[in-house]
Design a protein around this ligand. Structure first.
Ligand SMILES: N[C@@H](CCC(=O)N[C@@H](CS)C(=O)NCC(=O)O)C(=O)O
Length: 207
């Protein structure tokens, strides 16, 4: 199993899941600074030019964070990375979809790359503010779902927590966005996990 990732990108969620699962995997860095995601070698793997990209042992490629997370959970049932039953699976995908399609893509991406959304450079601060609005609303919606539980579905870490991890990490370590107290506590709980510590070290990030 090979994970194509970029340090401090949303691929961290999958990197953490692979470390939690604990089977051998290779993490291959895609150098965004050199636009490696648009070079033929990577495009041949994933024409979407995105990480996370998972290359499985048979050479087949799987993309899109929620799909990869679901695949890893289902193929490692002993790790209990999904809550029980079809309801638990649907709720997990519901959360991951909201985290990636809305909070990440409509929120953080506007903040990181306002020039991709603004018609003129003068509009960029408004784009950043709009992005911050999606992120703040996202945290306001996610906090009561977590509530006082240790993890999103109770006492066990699941794929939804890996999704929430990269959003919380970006808020705390990349954008200085205040989060509700329960999300700060969730982030602290995740940061204490050996798998998360390993991924942060391997990606050269601040623990
Ligand atoms: N919908 C995709 C989004 C992945 C995505 O946007 N990844 C970003 C990094 S956080 C990326 O690869 N960006 C490279 C680029 O757009 O050039 C998913 O859920 O996996």
């Amino acid at each position: 199993m090979k994970l194509y990732y970029s340090p401090n990108a949303c691929s961290m969620a999958i990197h953490v899941l692979l470390a939690e699962i604990g089977k051998p995997y290779e993490a291959v860095r895609v150098n965004f600074a050199e636009s490696e995601q648009y070079q033929p070698a990577f495009v041949a793997k994933n024409p979407k030019s995105k990480v996370p990209t998972l290359e499985r042992d048979d050479g087949s490629i799987l993309t899109e964070l929620p799909a990869i997370a679901y695949y890893l959970a289902k193929t490692n049932p002993d790790k209990n990375l999904l809550p029980d039953g079809v309801e638990g699976e649907a709720r997990s995908l519901e959360l991951l979809e909201y985290m990636t399609a809305t909070v990440h893509m409509r929120g953080f991406t506007r903040m990181f790359r306002p020039y991709a959304f603004a018609f003129t450079p003068a509009d960029e601060p408004k784009v950043v503010e709009a992005g911050r609005g999606f992120v703040t609303k996202g945290f306001e919606l996610l906090a009561p779902i977590l509530g006082e539980q240790a993890f999103l579905f109770g006492d066990n870490f699941t794929i939804a927590d890996a999704g929430l991890f990269f959003l919380e990490y970006w808020a705390a370590h990349r954008c200085n966005i205040p989060m509700p107290a329960v999300l700060n506590a969730h982030l602290a709980r995740l940061m204490a996990r050996p798998a998360v510590q390993k991924v942060l070290a391997d990606e050269g990030l601040t623990a």
